[in-house]
Design a protein around this ligand. Structure first.
Ligand code: GLN
Length: 555
């Protein structure tokens, strides 16, 4: 079978969920027994999102091979079994970097290097490289919105791909908006018509329209869109807003997206088996109870900054048939101005579990330390991820071991006690994004630990994205006072997990487990954190007097 491609573009406005759409199509095709691969092109000039602020760009998703990628790759991995690498996410910046390197090397033999054909060829080659991995279908998402200047080379490249490979090997899926206009009490198709016109002007006729809307599209609307946009009525798909993103594959299946794609690509496949997804949704939409988690971080006002984290918590909660209540707490707001001032405590009361996620820089650290102290002393389940593990060690060193000056050299380079420090000081110029421990690292677990009980094994592999490490010079002091190191790299150089025995759940890990959690395969650490938090909720409920329970129920 020759390589088959699905190209996903977006129109009208951004944030229509192209990534989710691509991931859901991938999921559906897998449910029909096909192997898929997914890739994304981002039209900005940064070489990768590694150096971009989470406020600007949302989370940086990390793959096993250590690529810092767009958060849509997280959706791809959560919805499918595709194994993504740095080849699966390319930016305009990287494409140009590759071209300029070749140009400097003389590879172009004196020719003028131009957008067409050199940039478009580079893009096409990147697509073909991923398709050559041998999966049945490669789904390619083009970032940005049709009409943007930046997206043009990518759109031109996919237009050429259709020319080269033919209709039976390429499908164009266009995600657009069909808004409900309250004043007219009507769904409006004009933005979609304009968006398709824009596509046509650059030579691309969409085959399938995924119409984002808040309600079902009637057959009348569908036939109107089909008529104006030049496609069959069946190819106008209602992509309705759904309460859980994990309903998307089921919704698309209902609309027949998979059958349509397979028909266009001339692929025979077995019937879809979506039983596991149905069960998952059942648990998600009919929870037996809820569990409340406070996330104390620094990018909390922009939820996309912690995309995978939020999803991983949802996966853990769904596995327990619980509804997840997340409260985002700005760490800076928990900083106490005076020694001994514990007014921050009121903000932390009443949660079943507390989590401090990853982050960079000094802002909010003292607030995180207060939150961790609260969790440790009040025996509230605590889960610290990367920065949240480092701060847990600092908190322990300061408040249990009495090392007042304990800190990370990231926040105070001159600190007397560098409990967390940079182990791999690089010689020479420090390139932004270049000095991190990135991607998959193996970790060996102590047999009798929370971690090994959760994983059910003692060797694991998890993804990293950080510069600073636990300083083993302080190991004897901290472990002497009760902290346990339960995970290290196999060569014992790096500390990967710390735990507090005797506490209901207190675990910090240097890696980012959230990147490997999937709805159908919840991550063991998130799952056991949710379990512990729910046990804590039960305990709190048991300790409450009846009037408090009534207040809680009515909350
Ligand atoms: N800033 C810390 C470091 O670089 C933690 C990074 C993170 O949480 N991802 O080591």
């Amino acid at each position: 079978m020759s390589a088959k491609y699905i190209f996903v573009t977006g129109g009208v406005v951004s944030s229509l969920g192209k990534g989710l759409a691509a991931a859901s199509i991938g999921c559906l095709l897998e449910s029909r027994g096909l192997k898929v691969n997914l890739m994304k092109f981002d039209p900005y000039l940064n070489v990768d999102p590694g150096t971009m602020s989470p406020f600007q760009h949302g989370e940086v998703f990390v793959t096993d091979d250590g690529a810092e990628t767009d958060l849509d790759l997280g959706h791809y991995e959560r919805f499918t079994h595709a194994r993504l690498t740095r080849d699966n996410n390319l930016t305009t910046g990287r494409i140009y970097e590759q071209i300029i390197t070749k140009e400097r090397r003389g590879d172009y033999l004196g020719k003028t290097v131009q957008v067409i054909p050199h940039v478009t060829n580079e893009i096409k080659n990147a697509m073909k490289k991923v398709a050559a991995m041998g999966q049945d279908v490669t789904i390619i998402e083009i970032g940005g919105t049709v009409g943007d200047i930046e997206s043009l080379p990518f759109l031109e490249a996919i237009r050429q791909m259709r020319q080269e490979l033919g209709r039976e090997n390429t499908v164009f899926v266009h995600v657009t908006l069909v808004p409900w206009i309250a004043a007219a009490q009507e769904l409006k198709t004009k933005p979609t018509q304009h968006s398709v016109k824009e596509m046509l002007s650059i030579g691309i006729q969409p085959d399938i329209l995924l119409c984002r809307t808040d309600r079902f599209l009637s057959n009348d609307i569908k036939s109107k869109i089909a008529l104006f946009c030049n496609l069959e009525e069946k190819a106008v798909i209602t992509a309705r807003d759904v309460p859980s993103i994990y309903e998307c594959p089921l919704m698309f299946a209902q609309e027949g997206v998979d059958s349509l794609v397979l028909r266009y690509l001339h692929i025979e496949a077995k019937e879809a088996n979506l039983a596991e997804w149905r069960e998952l949704l059942e648990r998600c939409y009919h929870p037996r109870d809820e569990v409340s988690i406070a996330i104390v971080g620094k990018y909390v006002e922009y939820e996309d900054s912690y995309k995978s984290l939020k999803e991983a918590l949802i996966h853990g909660a769904m596995a327990e048939n619980l509804k997840l209540q997340i409260t985002w707490i700005e760490a800076e707001g928990l900083e106490s101005k005076f020694l001994g001032d514990r007014s921050y405590q009121s903000q932390l009361e009443g949660f079943d579990g507390i989590l401090v996620p990853g982050g960079f820089g000094k802002r909010g650290i003292e607030g995180m330390l207060n939150a961790i102290r609260f969790a440790r002393e009040m025996r509230v389940p605590y889960f610290g991820i990367c920065l949240g593990m480092q701060t847990a060690c600092i908190e322990f060193a300061r408040n249990v071991c009495g090392l007042e000056g304990a800190n990370s050299s990231e926040f105070d380079p001159a600190t007397s006690d560098r409990v967390i420090y940079k182990l791999r000081e690089l010689i020479g110029v420090e390139e932004m994004g270049g000095t991190m421990r990135l991607g998959a690292w193996q970790c060996v677990l102590k047999p009798d630990s929370i971690a090994s009980a959760a994983y059910g094994t003692t060797t694991i592999s998890e993804r990293h994205r950080h510069r600073y490490e636990f300083n083993r010079d302080y190991e004897a002091l901290l472990t002497g006072a009760g902290l346990r190191i339960t995970g290290t790299t196999p060569d014992a150089t790096y500390v990967e997990i710390v735990e507090l025995p005797g506490h209901p759940f207190f675990l910090g890990c240097q890696f980012h487990p959230e990147f490997k959690s999937k709805p159908l395969e919840p991550h063991p650490l998130f799952h056991s954190f949710i379990q512990a938090s729910y046990r804590n909720r039960d305990k709190r409920a048991a300790a409450m007097v009846p009037s408090q329970i009534a207040a809680e129920i009515n909350r």
